[in-house]
Design a protein around this ligand. Sequence first.
Ligand code: ADP
Ligand code: MG
Length: 712
Amino acid sequence: MPEGDPPLTLRDLNQIPVSRLRGVGDKKDAALAGSEIRTLLDLLTHYPRRHLDRTREASIGDLQPGEEATVVGEVRSSRTRQLRGRRTLTEVVIGDGGHQLRLTFFNQRWREKQLTPGMSVLVHGKCDTFQGQRQMTGPIVDLVGDQTGRIIAVYPQSEKSGLLTKDLARFVEEGVARCRPRGLDDPVPDGVLDRFDFVDRAAAVFGIHQPESMAEVAEARRRLVFDELLRVQLELVRRKRRIERETAGIAHEITSELTDRFLERLPFPLTDAQQRAIGEIGADLELTRPMHRLLQGDVGSGKTLVAVHALLTAVQGGYQGALMAPTEVLAEQHHASVTAMLGDLSVSDPSTLMGERPLRVELLTNRVAAGDRRKILADLVTGKVDIIIGTHALIQEKVEYAALGVVVIDEQHRFGVEQRAALREKGDAVTAPDVLVMTATPIPRTAAMTVYGDLDVSVLDELPPGRTPIVTEWARDAAAEEDVWDVVRAEVASGRQVYVVCPLIDESEALDVRSAEDTFAALQASELSDLTLGLLHGRVTAAEKASVMGDFRAGDLDVLVATTVIEVGVDVPNATVMVILDAERFGIAQLHQLRGRVGRGQHASRCFLVGDPSTTDGEARLEALVASTDGFELAEVDLDLRGEGTIMGERQKGRNDLKLASLRRDKEWVAAARQVAIEIIDADEELDRHPGLADELELLLGDDDADYLMKD
Ligand code: ADP
Ligand code: MG
């Protein structure tokens, strides 16, 4: 690669096979391929797992028993002993100067071959003492070879394919050396680099592999993280803008008598958050491009009202509104609460004598009888139905609308992009309806920017005043659990009702049902023998379910024992206690959702988490629920504990271009990258003036890869 040629692009790097490097023969080439490293680009983006600052490493003599540390030493000896059974113990002694450290490995006979005398190794682990000698049991071992710099890059190595950190370091070193003469092309505009004080692309790529100092590592990482996030956001924003350009929407009239009357008749003022969300939605509705907005807010934050306001905005302009729920129960509940909220509002209708008629709201689920269904469908086509509420039945082909204006999707569990698209197509041939997606499972805002990258986001981060927060307690042992049942009996004695959620058994529904039946029988036989109990699980028939729910709602049952079928949609204000058994088996979001079933009336409510987690993560989850009732705060904790997998999904995680960036650690960079992406795309829609960036998107986020970003 002679000097004078233009700087190398990522595409150039991607066209150079690693086999061109010295020292990469067939064997190493195969090993590299085993780690998905085929080209120079793969190699240079195979980033170090960590960096070791040799000026700060411990020497063996300083190791303190009980503490974790990293040391470098030279292998002095290694041998394997046969233990009882078929077990083996391999002991490796390493040393530096006058001190020695014994490493022990069980059933890893291959270590003997891996760690031969004279070799320099980096070990990380907890030091203890055995027969007066320093020892580490099963430490992490990196073969650093003779890397001499002050900072050593430690690569993720694959022992299986025989690819060691020292091999990688050697290949990377050569790769970097080959690139240096031409340098690396930097497609990110100078203005952006200046704004964030970024080092250039070459400095970042070379710096993360061969840093002179830890500060250089940090600078390099910052820049590379930004680049990854910027690419994702550019792709998302470009797609979003394309949809906006290519689909015509309805310019709704956003101020009018109908919405005014609706707000005037509310028995309470809007919260500031509701006001803000209504404003943001109004601004979208007014434009000729269709709205795609996500409304996030905890259970009880008043999303329904905001949604109804949007539906009415459509209705007052002569359009129809649709509200789609994930289950029939929830659709029915929405229908009941929306009907109550609207009361006897009327809409103008010049064809009638009075010039107006009552606003008409209908329910459409698979449970609606055939005759009623036909009538509703017919009246939808002629525009006599103003607001339709239902399940996915609403997007079936035979459902036609006169003029669908606004669609609200209540996405307790995510519906997915395809369904959103199907609803959009229910508009007339030329215009697409505006779409508002509601979710009660908040995800952190920056994560939403990536997961819901095609949507704008509004947040209800405030509960209406006067709510008594649900008090949550964690009952860890048998004595504490006894107290829980005391509380349950006392609450029932004072007229309240109680939910008991049964242990969740992931493996099968059949086991879940058994667990629910067993719990029911056990409680009925002992702790709650004087109370009237009902049972709900996934296998009861719809009729039975309706009857049990009816009895519970009517107050004829004291306690409802159930599986997570109650997670969505049950709303009984007189129920004030939620007991969740084996709570450690549930995730944070699910516990929060379950807890949201109480605290819906004027009585103070309590939630008991019964469980004895065996992991620190399990403990942290329950502690988080005790400490907070704020869904956004809990979502942050969840992200911290479980990482992006929770929101991205395994499939997505495996395929994305985020090698260094973490939605969790690099939150502020997600927001910054989105901002920059918007600025760039809004000035240059198809990146014609940024060919370098456009090419990187095509290379790294080809259609297939980018599709995942738009799905769930
Ligand atoms: P979400 O759908 O977000 O779970 P809802 O819209 O069902 O919340 O509202 C929960 C309850 O709070 C309802 O009974 C609703 O009437 C009431 N509510 C909504 N907004 C307000 C407000 N601004 N002030 C007082 N109560 C409100
Ligand atoms: Mg609601």
